[in-house]
Design a protein around this ligand. Structure first.
Ligand code: CMC
Length: 429
C-alpha cells in the first residue's frame, strides 16, 4: 500500500501522496496542494524542497557520499578522462569506446571560437573579471550558433553540448590571456582536453608550454570532482532559466553567474584570500576562527560548511589527498597548505563548528591545488565552471526531456501593505 501524509489545517484534513526515491528516501508530494486547497508551503531557500526528480547525481550528506550515475566519485580517482565523465552525466551511462571517441572528435571539431566572438575580447577591459567574461561569452554563443536557439530539436543537443564543453575552455583561456595582455593561443587538436586548456593558458608563440603528466592528471581530477552536485545553487539557476524553454547557452550563462558568488563557487577565491592574509601576518589562524564565529561580522570560514553535507565533503577528502601528491611530485611545498591544515584542525576541534557539523567543503583545498598547478587566483572559479558545465547540461537535458516539466514559478507569503490609494507627488508628506 502506498504511503500517505496527513496534513491538518483548521478543520481541513488533507491527504498527500508520498513519493519514494530509488534510494528509499521519502518525499511528501505537495504538487496538487495549491490547486486543491489554496494553501501554499513556506520553504525559504528551498532547503526542504525537492525541485525535481533526477537520476543524475546522488548525495548522502550524513555519510559524505557522492555518486555520478551511481558510481562513487572515489572510483574516478583512477582517472578516467573528464570527457568520459561528462558523457556519462549527460547521457546517463558509461559510454562505449566508439561513443567516447565520437564525442572526443566532436569536441576537437568545435574547439575554435568564431572570429567574431574572439574579436569581442579586444573591447573588454583588461582587468575585467573572467567570470563576467565567461557568462557573457556563453550567452553570446547563441549569436554565433543560432541553430541551437530552437530547443525543440533534441538531436541538436549533442552538438550544442559538444560546442559548449569544448569552447568553454577556449573562452576561459582567452579571457586569461586578455587580462595579461598576451596573444591568444589557438587550441591544439592533438592535445587532450586538460592539456589543451593548459596549452591555451600558458604557451607562447613559438614556445610550447610543456604539460607535465602530473599536472594534467590533477586538473582532470579537479574537473571531474566539480562535474555535478545535484540541485545546488547554480544548477537550480540553470533549471529555472531552462524551465522557461530558454536555450542551453542562455541557461548555462545563468549558471556561471550564480556560481560566481562567494557562498558558492567564488568561495575557492575567498579561501586563498583568507590564507594569504594569514600568511602575510594580517591575522592569525586563531583570529580567523574567532572572526568566523562572530555573528556581528559577515566574515565566514570560507571553504567550510555545506547545505547538504553534515560530514566531510567527499570531494574535499579527495582533493586533500591530491594536494599531498601534487606538492610532493612538484617538490614545491606551499606554506598556504600548512595554514589550511592548521585552520582545519582548529575548526574541527571547536564546539561552534562541531555542533553545527561544519566540515571542509570542495572549495577548501581546490584553490591551493589550482595555485600549485599554476592557475592564477582570478581563474579559480572559472575552472570550477569548466568542471561544472557537463552537470548543468545534463540537468538541463533531463528537465527538457521530462514530459512533466513545467515553468518554475514559486509562490510567496505576501507581507506588504493592503490596498492603498495612489497619492500624487505634490500631496505626499
Ligand atoms: N563559517 C562560519 N559559520 C558558518 C559557516 C562558515 N563557513 N557555514 C555555516 N556557518 C554557520 C551559520 O552562521 C549558521 O549559524 P547559526 O545556526 O548560529 O545561525 C549555521 O552555521 C548554519 O549555516 P547556514 O548559513 O544556515 O547554512 P546554509 O546551508 O544556509 O549555507 C553555506 C551553506 C555553504 C553557504 C555556508 O556554510 C557558508 O557560507 N560557507 C562558507 C562559503 C563556502 O565555503 N561556500 C562553498 C560551498 S561548497 C561548494 C559550492 O557550493 O560552491
Amino acid at each position: 500500500m502506498s504511503e500517505k501524509a496527513i496534513l491538518t489545517v483548521g478543520d481541513q484534513r488533507i491527504e498527500l501522496p508520498v513519493m519514494k526515491g530509488t534510494d528509499g528516501r521519502l518525499s511528501i508530494d505537495i504538487s496538487q496542494l495549491h490547486a486543491q486547497t489554496g494553501l501554499t508551503t513556506y520553504d525559504p531557500a528551498l532547503a526542504n524542497t525537492a525541485l525535481c526528480r533526477s537520476a543524475i547525481t546522488w548525495i548522502d550528506g550524513e555519510q559524505g557520499v557522492l555518486r555520478y550515475r551511481g558510481v562513487p566519485i572515489e572510483q574516478f580517482d583512477q582517472a578516467p578522462s573528464f570527457v568520459e565523465v561528462a558523457w556519462t552525466l549527460i547521457f546517463g551511462r558509461l559510454p562505449t569506446r566508439a561513443e567516447l571517441d565520437h564525442f572526443r572528435e566532436q569536441l576537437t571539431a568545435n574547439e575554435l571560437l568564431h572570429e567574431g566572438l574572439k574579436a569581442q575580447f579586444q573591447h573588454i577591459p583588461a582587468d575585467a573579471p573572467p567570470m563576467a567574461i565567461l557568462s557573457a561569452s556563453l550567452s553570446n554563443l547563441a549569436c554565433f550558433h543560432r541553430q541551437f536557439i530552437d530547443v525543440e530539436q533534441p538531436e541538436r543537443l549533442v552538438e550544442a553540448a559538444a560546442r559548449l564543453i569544448s569552447k568553454v575552455r577556449t573562452i576561459a583561456a582567452f579571457s586569461y590571456r586578455r587580462s595579461r595582455g598576451l596573444p591568444f593561443i589557438y587550441p591544439d587538436p592533438s592535445l587532450r582536453y586538460c592539456a589543451n586548456f593548459l596549452h591555451m593558458m600558458f604557451s607562447l608563440p613559438y614556445r610550447q608550454y610543456e604539460v607535465s603528466p602530473q599536472i594534467e592528471e590533477a586538473l582532470n581530477l579537479i574537473f571531474i570532482l566539480h562535474a555535478d552536485h545535484e540541485q545546488n545553487c547554480s544548477t537550480t539557476a540553470v533549471r529555472v532559466v531552462g524551465s522557461a524553454r530558454a536555450n542551453l547557452f542562455a541557461s548555462c550563462a545563468a549558471g556561471v553567474s550564480a556560481l560566481w558568488g562567494p557562498l558558492h563557487g567564488g568561495a575557492n577565491v575567498e579561501v586563498i584570500r583568507m590564507l594569504e592574509r594569514i600568511h602575510a601576518g594580517g591575522m592569525t589562524p586563531e583570529q580567523c576562527i574567532r572572526d568566523a564565529k562572530d555573528k556581528t561580522s559577515p566574515f565566514r570560514l570560507y571553504g567550510f560548511g555545506h547545505r547538504v553535507y553534515r560530514n566531510f565533503d567527499p570531494r574535499a577528502q579527495v582533493l586533500r589527498r591530491l594536494c599531498d601528491k601534487v606538492f610532493a611530485d612538484l617538490k614545491q611545498p606551499d606554506p598556504l597548505l600548512d595554514i589550511a591544515r592548521r585552520l582545519e584542525e582548529l575548526a574541527l576541534a571547536d564546539p561552534y563548528f562541531v555542533e553545527r557539523k561544519l566540515y571542509p567543503n570542495v572549495d577548501f583545498y581546490s584553490g591551493i591545488l589550482l595555485r600549485g598547478i599554476g592557475i592564477p587566483t582570478n581563474m579559480f572559479t572559472v575552472c570550477f565552471a569548466i568542471g561544472r558545465l557537463p552537470g548543468w547540461i545534463a540537468q538541463w537535458k533531463e528537465q527538457h526531456d521530462d514530459p512533466h516539466s513545467r515553468i518554475i514559478r514559486p509562490r510567496q507569503v505576501y507581507t506588504g501593505p493592503g490596498e492603498s490609494d495612489y497619492v500624487p507627488i505634490d500631496q505626499r508628506s
